[in-house]
Write a protein that binds this ligand. Structure first.
Ligand SMILES: *Cc1c(COP(=O)(O)O)cnc(C)c1O
Length: 454
C-alpha cells in the first residue's frame, strides 16, 4: 500500500520536480490549500470540476533552473527544449518561450500550437517515428529542424527538400542504453521503434553526405522517461560523442548534441529524483569530458525535458461524489473525472498523491480508493490511499498532473475534457476552456438516410 500523510510543505523550491505540490502552495488562515495565491476550493466553485490548475511560478522556476544550470555547468552554448507532448497548449508554449526555451514536437498539431504560442521556428525540433508527408511539408516550409528517425523520413523529404533550400536535420539513433523505468516508456535500448540502429549509423551518415538538400546539424538520442538514476545519461554522453566524432569525420557540419529528456519527478513521498541542477550538471560534465577525451569542440548542448518541466506545476481538482463501502475489503470514493483526464494509472499503474483542498492538515485518516467515473473497473486514480475523512461534495486535489494528463486525455464515455487555468500572484486565468457535451457532437456527421423521416 502506498500511504499519504497530511499535506506537507515543499522541500526544494528551486527544483519543482522534487516536490509533490506546486512550489507556490501554502495553507491560508482558514487552513485551506492555496496555490498561486488562489484558494483551490474557490477555483473549483468558479470554474467547475474536474479542473486542471497550472502554477505559473512552478513552471517558470523549472525553466529558469534549467537555463541557469546550463549556463553555470556547461561552458559551451546550450538550448533546452520543452518536450511539448507532455502538455501542449498555447499558454504553456508562450511561457516556456518567454523563459528562453525552444520546443520539440511530434505532430503537426504540436507544431502549430508551438508556432502560434510564439516559439521561434529556429528553436523547434520535429520528431516522430512515422511522420507523414503533410507533416514534413509543414515542418520544412516553416524552417523547423527535422529529426530523421528512419529511411522513410528520408524518402519523403526527397519529395520536397531542394538543393537551394536544404532541410535542417538532426539524426536520431538508438544508443543501446538500458535504464530502469516502465517498459512502455523506455526508448534507448536496441529493440525500440525509435531512431536508427547504431550499426546503421556510419552508412546513413555517408548516404546523407551525398544529398545536397540535407543539412545535418545535430544528433539526437533519448533514453526514456521518469528516470531517477544518473548513470544512463553519463553513458549516453559517451555514445553520442562517438557519433559526433564520426559525423564530423564524414564531413557533416554537426554542432548540436541533443540528449533528450527523462529526468524523473516526485509523485509520491518515496520518490527521490535528482534536482534539475544536479541532472544538468551531470549531463554537462559528461558531455564536456566525452568531448575532451575525443578532442572534439564543444557542441551546443540540447536537452528535452517534458515531465520535469511541467508535471509538478499541475494539479487536478475533483469533486468527491458517491461512496461505496465493501465491508472488510475497501472503501471506494468516486470522483467526477478519472481515466479520461488522467490515463496514467490505468496505463502504467502510476502512483499519485492527493489531499482534501479544504482540509489539507486533517489527520483523521481513512483508507480509501479514489475511483473515476468511467465504465471500466480499472478506472482508479489512487488505490488504498490514506485520506482524512471526507464527505460527498468535498474537493480533492491530485498532484503532479501537469504532464501527460491533458495531453493524453480522451473523451472516453463521451466525457468532456476539463478546463485548464493558470494561477499566479492571486490571479487565475483560463487557458483552455472546458469542453461541453455539445462540443463532442461537432465532429459527428449523420448521413441523411439515417435521419428519421416524419
Ligand atoms: C518523451 C520524450 C521527451 C520527454 O521526456 P520526459 O521524460 O517527459 O522528460 C523528450 N524527448 C523525446 C524524443 C521524447 O520522446
Amino acid at each position: 500500500m502506498h500511504e499519504s500523510k497530511a499535506y506537507e510543505p515543499n522541500v526544494d523550491i528551486d527544483s519543482p520536480n522534487r516536490n509533490i505540490a506546486p512550489i507556490s502552495s501554502e495553507i491560508n488562515e482558514s487552513k485551506k490549500l492555496v496555490v498561486g495565491g488562489c484558494q483551490l476550493s474557490e477555483l473549483a466553485k468558479k470554474y467547475g470540476t474536474p479542473l486542471y490548475v497550472l502554477d505559473e511560478l512552478s513552471l517558470r522556476t523549472a525553466c529558469k533552473t534549467y537555463i541557469s544550470s546550463l549556463n553555470k555547468h556547461y561552458p559551451g552554448k546550450s538550448l533546452p527544449l520543452f518536450a511539448s507532448k507532455a502538455n501542449s497548449s498555447l499558454a504553456i508554449c508562450a511561457v516556456i518561450s518567454s523563459e528562453g526555451f525552444g520546443l520539440d514536437a511530434v505532430s503537426e498539431g504540436e507544431l502549430l500550437t508551438a508556432i502560434n504560442g510564439g516559439v521561434k521556428e529556429k528553436d523547434i525540433v520535429f520528431h516522430g517515428n512515422n511522420k507523414s508527408q503533410d507533416e514534413l511539408n509543414f515542418a520544412y516550409s516553416n524552417n523547423v529542424t527535422i529529426v530523421l528517425d528512419n529511411y522513410h523520413d528520408i524518402e519523403l523529404l526527397k519529395n520536397i527538400a531542394s538543393d537551394n533550400k536544404p532541410a535542417k536535420l538532426m539524426l536520431r539513433f538508438t544508443p543501446g542504453i538500458e535504464c530502469h523505468t516502465h517498459e512502455y516508456i523506455r526508448t534507448g535500448h536496441l529493440d525500440s521503434k525509435f531512431g536508427f540502429d547504431p550499426d546503421e549509423l556510419k552508412s546513413i551518415l555517408e548516404e546523407l553526405k551525398t544529398y545536397k538538400w540535407a543539412n545535418l546539424t545535430g544528433l539526437h538520442a533519448h533514453i526514456g522517461s521518469q528516470i531517477f538514476e544518473v548513470q544512463p545519461h553519463i553513458d549516453l554522453a559517451g555514445v553520442m560523442a562517438d557519433a559526433l566524432k564520426l559525423a564530423k569525420e564524414i564531413g557533416h557540419p554537426v554542432v548540436d548534441l541533443n540528449l533528450g529528456g527523462g529526468l524523473g519527478i516526485k509523485y509520491v513521498q518515496e520518490d527521490n529524483p535528482p534536482s534539475i541542477e544536479k541532472w544538468v550538471e551531470i549531463i554537462s560534465k559528461a558531455v564536456v569530458n566525452a568531448c575532451r577525451e575525443r578532442n572534439l569542440d564543444l557542441p551546443r548542448l540540447m536537452c528535452e525535458p517534458g515531465r520535469s518541466l511541467v508535471a509538478n506545476s499541475g494539479l487536478t481538482i475533483y469533486k468527491i461524489g458517491a461512496k461505496k463501502v465493501v465491508p472488510g475489503v475497501r472503501t471506494y470514493l468516486s470522483v467526477d473525472g478519472g481515466m479520461s483526464d488522467n490515463p496514467r494509472p490505468i496505463t502504467y499503474q502510476s502512483l499519485y498523491s492527493a489531499c482534501l483542498v479544504d482540509k489539507p492538515m486533517n489527520t483523521n485518516f481513512e483508507k480509501v480508493t479514489i475511483a473515476g467515473k468511467h465504465c471500466e473497473s480499472g478506472d482508479v486514480l489512487l488505490k488504498d490511499f490514506l485520506l482524512p475523512s471526507c464527505e460527498s461534495g468535498d474537493f480533492l486535489a491530485v498532484f503532479g498532473t501537469g504532464a501527460y494528463n491533458y495531453s493524453m486525455s480522451s473523451n472516453y464515455n463521451r466525457i468532456p475534457r476539463p478546463a485548464t487555468i493558470i494561477v499566479g500572484k492571486g490571479l487565475a486565468e483560463l487557458t483552455q476552456r472546458r469542453e461541453l457535451p455539445e462540443d463532442l457532437l461537432q465532429l459527428d456527421v449523420l448521413p441523411d438516410r439515417f435521419i428519421p423521416k416524419n
